[in-house]
Design a protein around this ligand. Sequence first.
Ligand code: PAF
Length: 297
Amino acid sequence: MSDPALHHPVLCCPTVEAIRACVAPWRQAGERIALVPTMGALHEGHLSLVRQARRQAERVVVSIFVNPIQFAPNEDFSSYPRQLQSDLDLLATFGIDAVFTPDAGVMYPAGFATSISMAGPAAAGLEDASRPVFFNGVATVVAKLLIQVAPDLAIFGEKDFQQLAVLKQLVLDLDLPVMVQSGPTMREADGLAMSSRNVYLSAAERALAPGLSRAMQAVKTGLAAGGTAQALIRTAETELEQAGFRIDYLVLRDATTLGEWHGHSEGRLLVAAWLGKTRLIDNIAIAPVDPDGQIKE
Ligand code: PAF
């Protein structure tokens, strides 16, 4: 059976040769190229990154690849939503210049033997604590995507805040000639951060899920009112647990280093919690505190 993606109005490049041939004339013409790396199952969060890319570059490439090496064996690689046809239909409405759609055989051909091993923000004790293979898998695939497409600009969502910090470190450490940009988290009307994994939630869990962003907002508001982080976080944890969440972490960190937050720099409140079989992550900015202890808004 022929691949329906090959007959789509959006230009699909399933191989490294094809994407390189596609971007070469753009590069030669001096056009600015942006890449939005994704694992597909596109939602408004991805689309806002695509719009951001459109505003800043003459050419926009979206990659769609569910990267097997960033999932541990007990994680959701096989059930991760895959909907290439509707993703392509959606991207066609955005005038995307090309979609890079490699399969696992293209990315990791037989004999593939390289892995990028990340420390620094990848070892902050957040996602890495419960997802041991995640950041090396992400770093390896993103390094490959950046080398394959060679964009001027690559855009990632702030919802995966630790991933963003890890990828900035990767690009810095490997001298990759690309600017990393981030786009803000998109939320449903009730505050739930958009995620391809939200489809796993049952109706009852979906009704509870916005509790996560409400709990974070309560910590933020409490800090602005002069409360102490430790007490506010403990209250939020108790409320989340009573509502049925199982918390992996709810912590306040320095927004740049992801190390300890001392109050006078930009902070970030980060959370990961389970509702049933679904693991949700989210984060919000926390403004620095004045020397007299007041949050600077
Ligand atoms: O955030 C994601 O969707 C993925 O981790 C990424 C960056 C596309 C790498 O597979």
